[in-house]
Design a protein around this ligand. Structure first.
Ligand SMILES: Nc1ncnc2c1ncn2[C@@H]1O[C@H](COP(=O)(O)OP(=O)(O)OP(=O)(O)O)[C@@H](O)[C@H]1O
Length: 220
């Protein structure tokens, strides 16, 4: 079988709240999925659980690579969170160069140079400004350029188009579809259409209380 993500029976609880349960998915090279649902429904938690960044109550998630080797998803994935993960005092160029050095390339592809990555998001002109000086949309675009400086087959994106104008949203859609065309896999939590061609959707409905009866709860 092709390179893929496999998750089965993934469940996360926080305190006495079950955030979601039994999340199962399989996505192969070139496939994408969007997580949808209202604020607080559990989309970000699901991305973080897939990556192993929050404790799971059950289930597992893996990247299945060459020769059917199962790896933790984090080895093969980029994670674009709500935060941009850039040092404010370093320039955009320095930030991208640091990430390129730290991340390196996963097998099967090669990342762009910081200049090429910034150009791909239409922002070569701001490369030598400290990240802190950039506008909110420029910051998000440079954060997105991080995905391009190191090859990772899997992109896990949390509201990737937050703060982006229409032109930048179109640029990001083109880059995401191009990543899928190279055999990448994308899961994105979003409140708006991302322009991902043929993305599957998974709807999150929100947490439920693990102990329904308050009198029973007191007994614990
Ligand atoms: N310790 C906790 N106890 C109970 N509930 C918690 C705890 N920590 C987080 N939660 C709840 O987990 C839920 C999932 O939050 P998450 O950030 O995953 O939602 P989201 O779908 O990404 O929302 P948004 O669209 O606002 O980004 C929220 O309802 C939050 O209140």
């Amino acid at each position: 079988m092709a390179l893929r993500i496999e998750a089965a029976g993934l469940s996360v609880s926080r305190g006495d709240m079950l955030i979601f349960s039994n999340l199962s998915l399989t996505l192969s090279a070139g496939q994408s999925m969007v997580f949808t649902g209202p604020n607080g429904a559990g989309k970000s938690t699901a991305l973080r659980a897939l990556l192993g960044l929050v404790g799971k109550t059950g289930g597992h998630a893996h990247f299945i690579g060459e020769n059917e080797t199962a790896l933790p998803l984090a080895f093969a994935a980029h994670y674009l969170a709500h935060q941009n993960a850039m040092k404010p005092e370093l320039t955009a160029r320095e930030n991208l160069a640091v990430w390129k050095r730290i991340l390196g390339d996963f097998e099967g592809g090669a990342g762009l140079d910081p200049e090429e990555a910034a150009d791909a998001v239409g922002l070569e002109g701001v490369l030598d400004l400290p990240f802190a000086y950039l506008s909110a949309g420029q910051k998000r675009r440079i954060a997105f350029a991080r995905l391009l400086v190191a090859w990772r087959p899997v992109w896990l994106l949390d509201e990737p188009t937050a703060a982006l104008d229409k032109a930048a949203r179109e640029t990001v859609a083109t880059l995401m579809n191009s990543h899928l065309g190279k055999g990448g896999i994308i899961i994105a939590a979003t409140h708006e259409p991302l322009g991902l061609e043929a993305a599957e959707a998974m709807a999150f409905t929100g947490p439920t209380r693990l102990v329904a009866d308050p009198f029973m709860a007191e007994a614990f």
